[in-house]
Design a protein around this ligand. Structure first.
Ligand SMILES: Cc1cc2nc3c(=O)[nH]c(=O)nc-3n(C[C@H](O)[C@H](O)[C@H](O)COP(=O)(O)OP(=O)(O)OC[C@H]3O[C@@H](n4cnc5c(N)ncnc54)[C@H](O)[C@@H]3O)c2cc1C
Length: 1011
């Protein structure tokens, strides 16, 4: 079979991870992959280069570390080091140095002083051990608070310490005592309730309820009140207590917000609403002190993700609250140390082994290939071609991008390997930068145009957003989703400085863990000592290089990179960066290194070398998570073009901020969307983000087999006679059913209300039922009894419940046709059961309707499940003619609607019902709503698939209803299907029914929510 040709545009981490997934052994060599990359190296924002003119020093784009919660990124590195023929380190662990702390710089009375936050080393290894539950960490955090208050700050607090109890129980007992001393009795009761709740909480929040989370939030709120009351008035003059208060307030307020806003219950469903606020504003809205929100601690969080649009590093910053919250929760569940520094260049540690493995798996690389334009078809359904600028001509037709250090380690150079390029000497002499949008180097060859079908079957766009206005202009013009995304997602330029020193940190006067953030005195606001990498550089002994540091931060910049014609921009940006670097080295650096730096610069002989760069190119700019932008991000399978997938830290990836982990997940998502592999994405799958839903075209094929009874496509129900009855039920009972079936499993992502206290009961006799696309199967008769609840899907808006769509939901269906039972359950999620239905005209039955259900009448071990009488409908002979106006479909539907909605206002005075809700019905579409689920094979109490689905029934023919007939109804009690009791229907009553004939089709549906 011919392989699927995949062209990956951009060789950064996301493009490479996509290729890794598509070439995994599990794929059975299905994909023929080519990666197109600008310039001479891979890695993008984490590309690095060795400079042979400076003793093979490493030149980074900026400060790069892994965090201890990067499970997918670690797992990938671990797998690469196992597979690569020549990994950079024989053991992946040797590639990292763990840092169990984060140092901040805090301005106190005009002086910048360090604030070291130690972070415990937790057991477990990221990528290998499953990440711990956030709830476990939450209570460890409470335990830490207790330790602080019992230990160094005990003079302000006192509490019992029962060493035998589990730590979290001790924490809660302590809280109980604390609150008992100062606060009213009600708080004690609340805390007792919360203790019981905590005792019951499962590590998997899928089993939690909103009420449990609100109760926990209340508990934490009480805790914050008590602590603030005890030490709040003391913090102004006491640095220790102020810092303690900020850490507690930040942690507790974040948790309160996360619990109250449903971010720990169902992040996917609730995050968009939270993301409309900046994190600092959100913290304060959930009760955090302004001192906390503006602290160096929060500032450092913004610094680490360059969260300053247009590089305005002195501004307040902008980061979506939900995105930051989830990132902090993930960070809290780190394993090993919180920070893992690199022991060699970023490009050599992560990107080189990726290249090595992909090359060995047969991936092709097209170097010096600049993507200039993606051209969509006029119909907007596919990308028909890709135009590529060819920057150089290769001397031997191929390019080998790495070279060896003296140790033999293969590394990336900081420049093209000129001897492999035709005219390489002239390129070298020109000093032109082939990675720059503003390069002065003209393309050496005419453009190459890749054609869909001939050169690729599928495209993966792995080029970041900074470049999209240029290369995706046609897509943006065509699709509103692209316009929305491009308007919402912002990027920022960054700058970095590396220094090589002849003394180490200690001798320079820095005696703390050297991974630092929050230094607001400069736009180089984060730095780390990276002296570990010196072992892979080749500084001569005589130069006495003992230390290496890297600084990083946002660079003031326009919102979008200037046009290509603005060739002076790179020099202007570099001059701006150089200015801030001079200011830093000549003055502000003394705040870190008082022993060797002072006003006017470092002591002579301290600095052996410096390297600075600006990351201003479209692809180099860091992707921000500005307020409200996540919602507009595109999904990997959401380009709107059948042959274009998206990947990178800018797509919907469940984290939505620029990091190795988010990028690794993005690559995995792209591979999964194309191929179904990988099956597992750590954390993302557990968080049940629906962004991982595969495009229909990429789901595994249904395996056809002889004897199957379900078929794809429409189901036709022809020559159908229906007897329909409007019954009064119990609104509250029906609401409880809707909540259990829709709101609870989806954690309110799909909220459903019964429209009124009425429901419909119908018996149908379908003359000809068939699968429209499997005519060879012929047809079958089918009879059904259905209970229909008219419902609306609602959303909360300004204190109102606003209905967005009308549906019929069906708690009970009884059928006599095994094919219809199987297809209804398997395809849509109908809750179908087997029964026997007698209709008027059956032999010996001139007029009655009767239904038997295969059921258990009375629960008990000796009860035999068998056909039991469920329903008797006996005509009384009475009849009521209908007005002409309500005999037809539309007239009848409107009359019914006005009855239902009139009743609705009684139950929900704050329900807003739009007029268009009846639009579907008037168009003869009856949307139906289902909970579709399958039991898990290993744990039958769990669902291995669970989704809320909808499908429309189209009424093709409808004969008018001349009259209503009267029946005496008996709905028998069956323990296994207690219909009357469950829906609140009087089991014996006289009812009126309409008899009519119609044809209908049930069309393929859609998934509204999936676990
Ligand atoms: C200064 C800095 C420091 C960072 N530090 C950290 C950190 O410490 N920890 C962390 O987790 N994350 C960090 N990040 C974030 C992380 O580096 C990124 O999230 C990640 O590298 C993004 O990968 P990507 O594949 O999405 O995009 P990129 O890395 O940008 O890759 C895009 C690729 O496309 C190529 N390309 C661009 N335009 C074209 C074109 N027209 N034609 C052909 N190819 C093109 C680029 O050359 C590149 O190879 C940092 C980012 C920056 C900027």
């Amino acid at each position: 079979m011919a392989k699927t040709k995949v062209a990956i545009l951009g060789g950064g981490l996301s493009g490479l991870v996509t290729a890794l997934g598509l070439t995994a052994p599990e794929q059975n060599d299905q994909y023929d992959i080519t990666i197109y990359q600008l310039g001479w190296r891979l890695g993008g924002k984490c590309a690095t280069g060795r400079n042979p003119d400076f003793h093979q020093r490493i030149q980074e784009h900026g400060l790069h570390v892994f965090m201890g919660q990067y499970d997918n990124a670690f797992a990938m590195v671990q797998a690469l080091y196992a597979e690569a023929a020549r990994p950079p380190f024989p053991d992946w662990r040797k590639a990292y140095t763990q840092v169990p702390a984060m140092s901040l710089m805090e301005e106190v009375d005009g002086t910048w002083i360090p604030w070291v936050i130690e972070a415990p080393v937790f057991p477990g290894t990221p990528g290998i051990d499953p990440p711990p539950s956030i709830f476990k960490r939450m209570f460890q955090f409470l335990g830490w608070i207790m330790k602080q208050l019992e230990g160094p700050h005990a003079e302000h607090f006192a509490g019992p310490a029962d060493g035998a109890a589990p730590w979290w129980r001790r924490a809660l007992h302590w809280l109980l005592a604390l609150i008992g001393r100062g606060v009213e009795h009600a708080a004690i009761a609340l805390l007792r309730d919360a203790m019981a709740l905590v005792d019951r909480l499962d590590p998997d929040p899928v089993t939690h309820t909103k009420a449990q989370h609100n109760a926990l939030a209340d508990l934490l709120h009480e805790l914050r009140v008590v602590i603030n009351r005890t030490i709040g008035h003391l913090v102004a003059g006491n640095t220790e207590l102020r810092r303690l208060w900020i850490v507690i307030d930040l942690g507790v307020s974040s948790l309160i917000g996360g619990l109250r806003d449903g971010l720990l219950l169902d992040p996917a469903a609730n995050i968009d609403a939270v993301n409309r606020r900046d994190y600092k504003q959100w913290l304060m809205a959930h009760g955090a002190d302004a001192m906390t929100a503006n602290s160096a601690l929060v500032r450092a969080l913004y610094d680490l993700i360059f969260a300053y649009p247009e590089g305005d590093w002195q501004g307040s910053g902008d980061c979506e609250a939900g995105t930051m919250f989830l990132s902090l929760m993930n960070t809290a569940t780190y394993q090993g140390s919180i920070i893992w520094k690199f022991n060699t260049a970023t490009g050599d540690l992560v990107i080189e082994p990726l290249y090595q493995v992909l090359k060995a798996r047969g991936v092709k690389f097209e170097w010096f290939s600049r993507i200039d334009e993606l051209t969509p078809s006029p119909a907007g359904d596919a990308i028909t071609s890709v135009t590529i600028g060819r920057q150089v001509e290769l001397a031997n037709g191929a390019y080998d991008p790495l070279y060896p250090l003296a140790s033999g380690q293969l590394v990336w150079p900081d420049r093209p390997l000129y001897d492999q390029i035709k005219g390489g000497a002239a390129l070298k002499a020109s000093g032109a930068d082939l990675e720059s949008k503003w390069t002065t180097w003209p393309d050496a060859l005419p453009p190459r145009v890749l054609q869909a079908g001939a050169d690729y079957d599928l495209l993966v766009l792995a080029i970041p957003p900074g470049a999209h206005r240029d290369i995706c202009a046609g897509l943006i013009a065509q699709k509103s989703a692209w316009q929305g995304y491009i308007a919402a997602v912002q990027t920022v330029a960054t700058q970095s400085l590396q220094t090589w020193t002849t003394v180490d940190e200690k001798d320079m006067g820095w005696d703390h863990p050297a991974m630092v953030g929050g230094f607001d005195a400069s736009n180089l606001n984060s730095w780390a000592d990276i002296s570990e990498v010196l072992a892979t550089e080749e500084w001569p002994h005589a130069m006495g290089v003992k230390g290496e540091q890297i600084f990083c931060g946002p660079l003031p910049c326009p919102p979008y990179p200037p046009p290509k014609s603005d060739t002076a921009y790179p020099q202007q940006a570099q001059a701006m960066a150089d200015q801030s670097i001079h200011e830093f080295i000549d003055g502000k650096a003394a705040d870190f290194w008082p022993a060797r730096f002072g006003k006017g610069g470092p002591k002579a002989g301290t600095l052996a070398a410096t390297y600075s760069r600006v990351n201003i190119d479209p692809g180099e700019r860091y992707t921000l998570s500005v307020t409200g932008s996540s919602q507009a991000r595109l999904r990997t399978d959401g380009s709107g073009y059948v042959n274009l997938y998206l990947t990178g830290d800018w797509i919907q990836n469940g984290q939505n901020l620029g990091s190795f982990e988010a990028t690794t997940v993005s690559g995995m998502l792209a591979s999964r969307a194309i191929s179904g592999f990988p099956n597992t994405i750590i954390r993302l799958d557990a968080a049940r983000f629906s962004i991982v839903r595969k495009a229909a075209g990429t789901l595994p094929r249904y395996v056809d087999y002889a004897g199957q009874v379900t078929f794809p496509g429409e189901i036709e129900l022809g020559q159908t006679r229906m007897w329909a009855f409007l019954l009064k039920g119990d609104q509250a009972k029906m609401a409880a059913w809707c909540e259990a079936m829709f709101d609870t499993p989806s954690h309110s992502a799909v909220q459903v209300l019964p429209l009124s206290s009425y429901l419909m009961m119908s018996v149908v006799d379908i003359g000809v039922g068939r699968f429209a696309d499997a005519p060879q199967m012929g047809w079958s008769r089918e009879r059904e009894l259905t209970f229909w609840i008219p419902v609306v899907r609602v959303a909360d808006q300004d204190g109102m419940k606003v209905a967005s769509k009308f549906y019929m939901a069906m708690p009970y269906l009884v059928l006599d046709n095994p094919v219809a039972i199987a297809s209804g359950r398997e395809i849509f999620g109908y809750m179908k059961q087997a029964g026997r239905i007698a209709c008027p005209g059956d032999p010996g039955n001139p007029s009655n309707l009767a239904v038997d259900l295969f059921a258990t009448k009375t629960f008990g071990p000796d009860s035999e499940e068998q056909y039991q009488r469920l329903l008797d409908l006996t005509p009384t002979g009475g009849s009521h003619p209908l007005d002409e106006a309500v005999r037809g479909f539309e007239g009848g539907a409107k009359a019914l609607w006005s009855r239902l909605t009139g009743d609705a206002q009684t139950w929900y005075p704050s329900l807003k019902l739009g007029e268009d809700l009846l639009g579907d019905v008037l168009g003869r579409r009856i949307p139906q709503l289902f909970l579709k689920q399958f039991r898990d094979v290993a744990d039958g109490t769990r669902a291995c698939y669970q989704a809320i689905t909808e499908a429309p029934g189209h009424v093709a023919r409808f004969d008018s209803i001349p009259q209503l007939a009267e029946y005496d109804m008996v709905l028998h009690a069956l323990d296994s299907s207690p219909i009357a009791a469950q829906l609140g229907i009087a089991p014996q009553q006289r009812v009126r029914g309409a008899e009519f004939v119609y044809d209908m089709t049930i069309a393929p549906g859609t998934v509204l929510w999936q676990a």
